[in-house]
Write a protein that binds this ligand. Structure first.
Ligand code: SF4
Ligand code: ZN
Length: 363
């Protein structure tokens, strides 16, 4: 019997194959589906000879976080961001750190419902400057994310995508028209790593990064989760960050974050802080201006320094801003060099708070 998908909406990036199946063209997975079948991401499916999104308007939960937690260190520092995700994912990372959501096959996980207009309204009411599409990859629920972003633009709320960048060129163009900022995971720098540990390929992710840098105004930062023995060799980090400096320039901030044993990788140790510091040193030696360590307590590795004179520009202690040495135009107050990013004249004061939000409580 063909499954009916209750919250489904039409999508446009797909085509019919000669054998009658439909192929989803949103990401390089290219899922080929018979009617009633779901794609690998679980939220897109074939229904009535078309590909539909089955979870429009449904979320795994809402929460206000500091924007630094996405992580974004150069985009409206200190401000609160309303974060939400849905379920499912288009990669199958063995080291997933969000697997309860991303691997969810239970639509029950999608506890909270909200229209795009309501999300924008609640974000405004809560004093958020932006909304984050996060916890799982918004690429797979792009129709919902885009509608939320459009509603947010109406009330001057920015949109932030937290994504693995695994997307095809055409939908990518439409998706980023509505995003103001992004954090993109670059999970490793070998095809072997991508294929064996994520079930995806490296090149499409590099293409997304180059596209963002050279063809959009989206502010973006990169995150690499370092997994002991898997992607943390000096050689891999050297090649990866050299590629970054050459293809994206020196100003894209890069976050090296610590792995915690989880999901299918419980036999590995957590990343030693020294590995993160070493990665940061290599990246800076390769010319990158803003390199951070994450998921560990490291005041200097979490702070922003002027690449010209070395002055501490934004001091951070976990997610709390402890020092601010930028002038009103985002320049170093000692030497006048511009710090790359999008800054208000003053930082926000949200601090490290995490505020769960129940949408049903709002009108
Ligand atoms: S978005 Fe989902 S259904 Fe579409 S190709 Fe990717 S994994 Fe498959
Ligand atoms: Zn300076």
């Amino acid at each position: 019997m063909t499954e009916q998908f209750s919250d489904s909406v039409p999508t446009k990036y797909w085509h019919v194959l000669d054998d009658g199946r439909v192929q989803c063209d949103v990401c390089p997975r290219e899922c080929k589906l018979h009617d009633g079948q779901r794609g690998l991401c679980f939220v897109r499916a074939a229904e009535g000879g078309k590909v539909v999104l089955t979870t429009y308007g449904r979320s795994s939960g809402f929460c206000v976080d500091p924007i630094e937690k996405k992580p974004l260190n150069h985009y409206l520092p200190g401000t609160p961001i309303l974060s939400f995700g849905t379920a499912g994912c288009n990669l199958a990372c063995k080291f997933c750190q969000n697997w309860d959501i991303s691997k969810s096959r239970e639509i029950d996980t999608l506890a909270d419902q909200a229209s795009p207009e309501k999300i924008a309204r609640v974000a405004k009411e809560l004093g958020c400057r932006s909304v984050a599409y996060t916890y799982n990859d918004p690429v797979i629920f792009m129709e919902y994310a885009i509608d939320v972003a459009k509603a947010c633009r109406e009330v001057d709320i920015k949109s932030v995508a937290v994504t693995a960048g695994y997307m095809c060129a055409e939908p990518r163009k439409e998706f980023y028209e509505y995003m103001d900022a992004a954090n993109v995971d670059l999970k490793g720098f070998s095809e072997d790593f991508y294929w064996k540990l994520t079930g995806g390929h490296l090149q499409p992710v590099l293409d997304t990064l180059v596209y963002l840098k050279h063809e959009t105004d989206v502010w973006f930062e990169i995150t690499t989760l370092l997994i002991p023995g898997m992607n943390d060799s000096e050689k891999e980090i050297d090649e990866m960050t050299r590629w970054g400096a050459e293809n994206l320039g020196p100003d894209v901030p890069w976050h090296f974050t610590a792995f915690h044993p989880d999901y299918k990788m419980t036999d590995l140790p957590p990343t030693p802080p020294a590995t993160l510091t070493r990665a940061r040193d290599i990246a800076m030696k390769n010319g990158l201006h803003y390199v951070y360590t994450g998921n560990v307590h490291d005041k200097s590795g979490g702070s922003t320094y002027c690449h010209s004179c070395g002055q501490l520009l934004i001091g951070r202690d976990w997610y709390v801003i402890s020092e601010w040495n930028l002038d009103e135009k985002g320049r170093c107050n000692k030497c006048g060099t511009v710090c790359a990013g999008r800054f208000d004249p003053r930082p926000g004061d949200w601090g490290a708070k995490r505020l769960p939000v129940q949408m049903r409580r709002y009108a």
